[in-house]
Write a protein that binds this ligand. Sequence first.
Ligand code: TEU
Ligand code: CA
Length: 559
Amino acid sequence: MEQAWWKEAVVYQIYPRSFMDSNGDGIGDLNGITSKLDYLKELGVDVLWLSPVYQSPNDDNGYDISDYRAIMEEFGTMEDFDRMLRGIHERGMKLVMDLVVNHTSDEHAWFVESRSARENPYRDYYIWREGKDGKEPNNWGSCFSGSAWQHDEATDMYYLHLFSKKQPDLNWDNPKVREEVFSMMTWWCEKGIDGFRMDVISLISKEPGLPDGEVLPGESYAVCPCANGPHAHEYLQEMNRKVLSRYDLMTVGECAGVTVEEAKKYASLDGKELNMVFQFEHVDLDGGKYGKWTDRRVNLREFKQVMTSWQTGLEGKAWNSLFLGNHDQPRSVSRFGNDAPEYREICAKMLATCLHMLKGTPYVYQGEELGMKNCPFSGIEDYRDIESINAFRTLTGEGKIAPEDMLRYLALRSRDNGRTPMQWDDSVNAGFSSGTPWIMVNPDYTEINAARELADPDSVFHYYRQLIALRKQEKIIVHGVYELLEPDSESLYVYTRTLGEEKLLVVCSFSDKKTTIAIPEEFQNAPCLISNRKRNYEGAEITMEPYEAFVLHRIAGSR
Ligand code: TEU
Ligand code: CA
């Protein structure tokens, strides 16, 4: 079994704006992160992935970078960064930065030059096209509503932006762009960082000729057909040769639209591109006519099918990342489980068991280890995310979704749910800030907060700490081969992991009803490795409580 530190690691994602505010301006910052490193060490995570901390006008909260070699003023200084990095390394942890190079901010010096004149040397750093019959060059839509093209008066041409119009796409077909990116990456590696999470890296190679996409019924624009473009792997192999292979890094590509087949290339074990990718099939299962803006629930059988296709599809060929939440998703206990008071904690532990016992590198999103849940936003004025605000304006403005329905969908699915301040204790603003937070604090912070959970050995926090510790103790959790059991069950997710003679049986109930399961003979009376309820798991049949989860461990050589 090919070992590597990034296979055995557990990664913790920090959204710096919402993690900890050290200077009372209501915005999280680097010194705030540094003040919480001991908390993260106690949790036991190995790697910290920071959402972008570079200079940015924050049109998309840092995913619109105006200077890759400077720290966002609101987050602090480069000295603060160096202090944080030292603190991370002193505690034996590693730092992964968020690499956002499919696009820059429109305030980046390159774009300021590029838009100034058609013959400017930086013109081809971006994707400029003439309009067609007085309209945009093609029918692609932006992920943040509207067209993916913005007309620019100065040179009477359009530029491409798959996200906001303040996020112009870089032209990766231009070797100068690739060299600029590789030299910037090297600059950060020389500072001692330990890896990159690569933002929408599957979109960097656009189809030559930028052909129209398919406009779905009821839609005004086509979903851009950019994922896994003709040169994506070529450019990543070049990046690997010129930068990644020269350092001991962990790399994860955020690959919108990636399939298992494509992932075998992006995350191939031959190390020619990246270590792993984020796939999105499991978090696209509850989409509808207008994408994520629905109140549909994930169907467990479909969820199991998707997770199984990735577990078995990459086995022996590539490495999986494992996540249920991040800064773009609603809170996992609300979305995949049940955040009602009587179920929230046991459900959060069940979801953690289900994810962390799979094969791959698990990602814990800030607050997930506390069982933080969706926030009771009320009016559109509570929202901060450009995706939420644009979607509300467009979908209600075009009469596609009624405002009261859209507010319901936003409360269920907006990215803002994962961006409310981290809940440290039951003091004002959950101990996040002595100022006015940039986004509302979830009022449940008096119940759900780190201080309370650190003091409660049965808390969600301590359950995550045990799960993370087990990954270090039991090689089978990292390397065991996955196999799905009970595929047709609508309420139970049951799977095994096998390493030589050793086996795990993982049983997770996604139901709010009691459920009975027959225990395979080879696991009857096997010791319980971890469970979210204290009880005896011996015998041929187990009747489970709602959202109960347990793991039985058949140790090599036992009967
Ligand atoms: O996300 C890309 C992406 O696919 C998201 O837009 C996701 O599909 C959507 O938010 C789900 O509703 C990355 C970053 O994670 C995101 O925060 C940025 O807004 C985006 O790229 C542009 O940089
Ligand atoms: Ca601050």
